[in-house]
Design a protein around this ligand. Structure first.
Ligand code: XIL
Length: 361
């Protein structure tokens, strides 16, 4: 009798696992977030609040992901478009959605050279004034979401593309900067310290592009993170954006890079993954490219789950209906995400799901 009960329980567990019963995903499928449950890996996506009222958008989002990140809603031009006031309405919608769906929120981004407000970029402020403005921004935004946003991209893309190792020339670094121009990455340190004071529990990340592989740029970021760790500057992680074009990823080098960063006892989050494909004038990609794309998603996810310190995989949006790839590439590239324009899972979703379901390697 007892054996029969056990046997029935086993059948039920297997049926649930195989059929994804109760997941809302198609028959035979687990959702991504269900697949990630065993490993505890965060599976996230960038979110546009205006789309939350679209039923298919909201249901796919809630079903598939356990982490959300505002795509633009926390950038200066949205959250701090007037000097004297802050507008959290857009980002609050995402945070509310997340709390209703038991989903975490990453914050993006406090310090960047793009999508800043006009009053800021055209204001001709002194370094002293800019330091005050930036400190207030960081304290106010992080403070508003204290306890609600678990991790922040404090500084985004601060290293120079053309002169690796050097800081990008920006309003925050040296144009005129917050008073620390010529002092390497000291201005970044200042930002991390302000953010930490505003929410001591939040995990603080440095996020960048084209530093996913071992190269001069990631060497420079590595040197900064090592220095921060040695001196107790509050940094908890590094974000690898992972926007992949040309259907190519040097996975061995990405893996080696994840390895060396996590060896500094910081986490790595894959923060903005997409894999752009060539598309025709209707936005459609070739079947073989969709398979190659799936393979790239599989390889990057495998590189992440192979390192215990790699704790999140996020994509930069989830449906090809809404993706910055396309709007930024004159429509010759697109179809970069996990779900098609009708919210159907693409081969890439299946690939990612199977890696997540297999768990930590
Ligand atoms: C992009 C958004 O996806 C677009 O909606 C916006 O028009 C421009 O910015 N690296 C980043 C992201 O860190 O913030 C960028 O997001 C994509 C590149």
């Amino acid at each position: 009798m007892c054996d029969l009960v056990k046997w029935r329980a086993l059948v039920l567990v297997l049926a649930t696992a195989v059929l994804g019963l109760g997941s809302g995903a198609g028959v035979g499928e687990q959702s991504l977030r269900e697949a990630a449950r065993g490993s505890g890996l965060l599976i996230g996506t960038a979110v546009r609040p205006a789309q939350l009222s679209e039923a298919a958008y909201a249901s796919t989002l809630a079903r598939e992901f356990n982490t959300l990140e505002p795509e633009d809603a926390l950038k200066w031009e949205v959250v701090h478009s007037e000097r004297q006031s802050f507008d959290f309405s857009q980002a609050d919608q995402i945070v509310d959605f997340a709390s209703r769906h038991d989903t975490k929120v990453r914050g993006h981004t406090l310090v960047w050279h793009r999508q800043n407000s006009k009053w800021l970029t055209e204001g001709k402020y002194t370094s002293g004034e800019l330091a005050e403005i930036l400190e207030k921004h960081i304290r106010t935004v992080v403070g508003h979401y204290r306890g609600k946003i678990f991790a922040w991209d404090v500084v985004n893309e601060a290293f120079d593309e053309l002169h690796p190792g050097q800081m990008r020339s920006t309003i925050w670094s040296d144009q005129p900067g917050i008073g620390l121009a010529g002092n390497g990455f000291t201005y970044i340190e200042r930002c991390f310290r302000w953010a930490h004071e505003a929410d001591p529990q939040a995990l603080l990340f440095y996020n960048d592009a084209e530093a996913e592989v071992v190269n001069p740029k990631s060497d420079a970021i590595y040197a900064m993170v090592r220095d921060f760790r040695q001196r107790g500057v509050p940094i908890d992680g590094v974000g690898f954006q992972m926007h992949i074009a040309n259907l190519h990823a040097d996975v061995a080098s990405i893996s080696a890079n994840i390895k060396r960063f996590t060896a500094l006892a910081v986490q790595v989050h894959i923060t903005e993954m997409d894999v752009a494909l060539p598309v025709d004038s209707d936005g459609n990609a070739r079947a073989e490219d969709l398979q190659t794309q799936a393979n790239i998603y599989r390889q990057i996810a495998t590189a992440c789950v192979s390192h215990p310190g790699c704790t999140a995989i996020q994509t930069w949006g989830f449906t090809d209906k809404y993706s910055w790839i396309g709007s930024h590439s004159k429509k010759t590239q697109g179809a970069a995400l996990l779900f098609d324009r009708n919210y159907r899972a693409k081969p890439a979703t299946e690939a990612l799901r199977s890696v997540l379901a297999a768990g930590r390697l």
